[in-house]
Design a protein around this ligand. Sequence first.
Ligand code: HEC
Length: 393
Amino acid sequence: MKSILLIASVLIISSCKSADTKTAVGKEAWTANMHQLSQSVANLIPLAHDPLQFNDPNNREIIHQEVGRLAKFSHDLGTTNTQGIADPAMEYVASRFSADMQEARRQLSIGNPTYSRYIIRNATNYCISCHTQSDRGPKFLGMEADPFYQKLNSLDRTNYLIAVRRFDEAVLEFEKAMNSPDVALWPFPSLESVTLKILAVAVRVKKDPKMAERIITRMVQSKWAPVYLQMSGIKWREGIDEWSRAKTKPKTLGDAKKLISAAVKKQAESPMSRAGLIEYLQASGVLHDLLNDKKPGKDYAETLYYAGIASESLRELDLLDTSERYFETCIRHLPHSPQARNCYIRLESAQIAGYSESESGRLPPSVRANLDALKKLAETKGQPWLDEKRKAE
Ligand code: HEC
């Protein structure tokens, strides 16, 4: 066992070194990496969904091998760089993904397959988080005859198809799932989570209001969807109607700001906490695109700020604290500016809230120190944080 770990760590170290020659590793290395990840996910996910199979000694070798490969290839993502993609969310997702896969491998090696299985089951969330941000990348990949695939139930299939970017098939599978009795056995949160993911595909990747409308209609008509989700669906359809009727497609920072205001208003006026989902998804799609065209300056800092806000409301899709990465990047991008101030205020409250939910409720010293440093960077000369005069206005 030790020797496997040793070999794996040598591989990791050597791949870190190759990062020095980053310029040579471009799109090709990235694509090859993605194919390796897909292969491992295809081999592991069906096993991870079945505790008996995961613990079966006959599967031990393949599980160790594939978890090791996931750990290696996810790590390599960070070093091949996100092919010049300037969106800080990508880098963050890549590093979290890698840390999780290293942990899955470690848990397996210390004899805790149950926890490892849990991490592997959730691995596709990382793939989905990157792949559904906007319309970058290939959208349809050939479907090989995968015998393992037949073993998944309908919602797992949808999840898997989104993860490997077979978006058209994912939508068809979701629509089938809504009539499939196995969905009745699923907990409500899973149904909600798959619905959010497939809507992210329709709105951010495909940018197709008709597709979004079809998805929602199927969900609303499903016998197994909870009422709050069905009612949210009806609200979402209004958003889609507005989107279809609009004469121009949203593209600019101004468009994204308008969409976010509309989302906030809808959520304030409705008992459904996700009433503004469609607007948030549209806004975040626009913001991800703007971040990738990185044009440094005030607008870029403001784009980061709004990307953080959108990401806070899309936490399940964008991973827990992606928004905090946006706020931090914003402060570092344009220190001592009004944008940095706004970003700091959001970041401070998000971090304090985040850690107050943790066991000790305390900010670890390193987090505290980082926050202090960011606060200094966010300060603007001659403008105290609390401007009493302005308060009196
Ligand atoms: C850090 C973000 C990120 C993560 C995590 C990620 N991907 Fe990707 N993936 C991308 C991007 C970006 C592209 C598109 C590249 C391009 O522009 O062609 C891509 C492309 C792909 C492709 C298409 C490759 C081709 O033929 O061009 C596949 C397949 C794929 N990913 C599978 C996966 C799987 C499976 C996982 C999870 C185990 C995963 N990816 C995790 C960002 C990510």
